[in-house]
Structure formats: C-alpha cells, structure tokens
Write a protein that binds this ligand. Sequence first.
Ligand code: NAP
Length: 274
Amino acid sequence: MCQPKHRGVKSRGSGDMSVSEGRVVVTGATRGIGRATAHAILERGGKVIAIGRNADLLEELHRQAPERVRTVAADLGDVEQLSAVADAALAAFEGVDGLVNCAGMARYERVGAIQLESVDAQLRLNLIAPLLLSQIVAEHLRDRGGAIVNVSSTLSERVAPGTSAYAATKAALNAITKAMALELAPTGVRVNAVLPGVVDTDMIRVPRLRPGEAPPVGKELEARVEAQLEALRSRHPIGRLGWPEDVATVIVGLLDHPWQTGSLVTIDGGLSVA
Ligand SMILES: NC(=O)c1ccc[n+]([C@@H]2O[C@H](COP(=O)([O-])OP(=O)(O)OC[C@H]3O[C@@H](n4cnc5c(N)ncnc54)[C@H](OP(=O)(O)O)[C@@H]3O)[C@@H](O)[C@H]2O)c1
C-alpha cells in the first residue's frame, strides 16, 4: 500500500504530531483573531512564537504560558526587517512547525479619498509581509512538513464600497496561497487561507467617515460605531458578527489537516450567500 510521505510534522523522538501541537509563529498575536489563535494553539498544548508591535500585550501573552510562548516585537510593515524578524522567530524554540499570517490592517477609503500612504501601508503589511515570511518559513519546513495559514477576508471575493486597496491586498493573498500551495506540496508544506466575514475586533470599531467628514468624538463616536456594528450584524444571516474564536478554530483545522492545501475557506455566518 502506498504510504503518505508527509503526515503532520515530525516531532523530536515521539513520532507524528499535528502542527498545532508544535511550534507555530502567529503574527498579529496581540489582539483579535491572532490572539484567539495563539490561545487555541496553547490550549492544544502547542507553542507560540507571537509577533506584534505592542510589547505590553506580547508580555501579557507570555505571562499566560511562560514555557510555551516566545515573543518578537516588530513592525511587519517595515519590510526591510522581515528577514531578521523571521530569524528571531525561527530561533525562539529552535525551529518552527507552522506559520499563521494574521497581522493586517484595513483602511476604509472611498474612491476619491484613497491615499498613496495608506495603499502602501496595506500592501506592506497585508501582502509583502506574509509573502516574505512564508518564503523563509517554507524553506525551513522543506521536506520536514508543516503548514502555513494566511488570514484573508471575504472582501477578497465579494467587495464592498471603501475597500478597493484592502480587498486587493487580500485577493492577492489568495493568489499567493494557491501558488505557494502548488509549488510547496511536494516538499510537505501545506498552504491555506481563511476568509472571515465581519469579526468583532478593534479593526471594525473605527468609524467609517465620508470624504472630508471630521471624526466624531465622545458619545457621538460611541453611537456611530454601535450603529455601524448593527448594520454589519444585520448582513450576517446567522444574526451575529463573528468572534475571534470562530476563526481561530478554522485556522487550527487548516494547520492540522494533512490533506488540505490550496484551499480558501470561508467562515462568515452566511454573509457570502446572503
Ligand atoms: N475583523 C474583521 O472583521 C476581519 C475580517 C476579515 C479578515 N480580517 C483579517 O484578520 C486579521 C486580523 O484582524 P483583526 O480583526 O484581529 O484585527 P485587530 O484586532 O486590529 O488586530 C490586528 C493585529 O495585527 C497586528 N498588527 C497591526 N499592524 C501591525 C504591524 N505593522 N506590525 C505587526 N503587527 C501588526 C496588531 O498587533 P500590534 O497592534 O501589537 O502591532 C494586532 O495583533 C487581519 O489580517 C484582517 O485583515 C479581519
């Protein structure tokens, strides 16, 4: 009978294990979906190399499981530093088994108000950082097996007003996911993407302004954000926004499933079929 070449990853001395029980780099691990993913991996007994800019939040995560969390404080938008960041992540537990590219940013800008600075920032963080980090981690995982998960968005396939640049970065991330999956499959490295609908995190609690509109403050800001959340909620047939944990569960599944690669997996409370 034909035996599979790569099953999970090789743990030192104890046979095969799933990727989420191993050492996983999680970018954007300080908040939202990335933090929930770090928690899900820790709950499964895995180790997390957490990357983000906020040193206090990184330290808070480290305190939760000091033996199984390492942190790398870095601005992933500074693409010249990505190689050094990857080296630090690979050194933290003497190698890694997986990578979750979760750090991201979204700027809501209508046509006419799109700024070069914001397009550049979104391209660097949402596209160049996952591309280059994946390349370095894939070389490390070559022929040992492992997995990469990219956090994309339903907006990559079904756009909304004000999302031209953001949606484009996520559509490109989908293309990278599929191209890398194809190229890396023979090396035992799987690459997948998760496409969440609207998830209740800091990212969506920012008022969406009309061109030239002054940002609201105080009670007006609160009311505006709540109305915005309600409008977003009503578009999800399941009747609520996603929770970071909803997405983290799917990310762990994609890290671990030995026959899954090149997939774009939507999790969106029915948003895409509404
Ligand atoms: N929330 C949604 O509705 C939604 C829907 C679809 C897809 N997504 C995607 O899901 C991912 C996570 O989003 P989220 O909703 O969890 O957002 P979030 O709560 O705003 O968290 C963003 C994370 O990215 C990190 N980050 C931001 N800029 C960074 C930089 N320059 N360098 C390093 N880390 C940086 C932040 O850490 P620091 O602040 O510590 O740097 C934080 O941990 C993103 O890729 C986003 O596009 C979100």
